[in-house]
Design a protein around this ligand. Structure first.
Ligand SMILES: [Zn+2]
Length: 99
């Protein structure tokens, strides 16, 4: 278990970030923001729907080639979502020019 003293990127207070060990995946344990600021960020992000679902892929079940193939498929999906988002932004830009 490792801890590092950090300064919050928002409020500037000093806090202990846990880099490894039990509890390091706690949703308020963040390397950039203190737990209080991270709680506010989490509440705000809860209102934004997730577009990509993270999946745990055990390396003991899949071969390296299968994992690389899954990663390629995931990258292609992310590229598709990025293009879709860019198209929406472009359409909004077109609308604002027409107004
Ligand atoms: Zn803070």
């Amino acid at each position: 278990m490792t801890h590092k003293i950090k300064y919050c990127a928002h409020c500037g207070i000093r806090y202990a970030f846990q880099g490894s060990g039990q509890g390091c995946f706690h949703p308020l344990n963040d390397s950039n923001y203190c737990p209080e600021c991270m709680a506010v960020i989490r509440v705000a992000l809860d209102k934004v729907p997730k577009r990509v679902e993270k999946r745990w892929i055990p390396s003991t079940v899949y071969t390296k080639d299968q994992i690389l193939k899954l990663m390629d498929e995931s990258d292609a999906e992310l590229d598709r979502l990025h293009e879709e988002r860019s198209a929406v932004t472009t359409n909004r830009d077109d609308l604002s020019r027409e107004a």
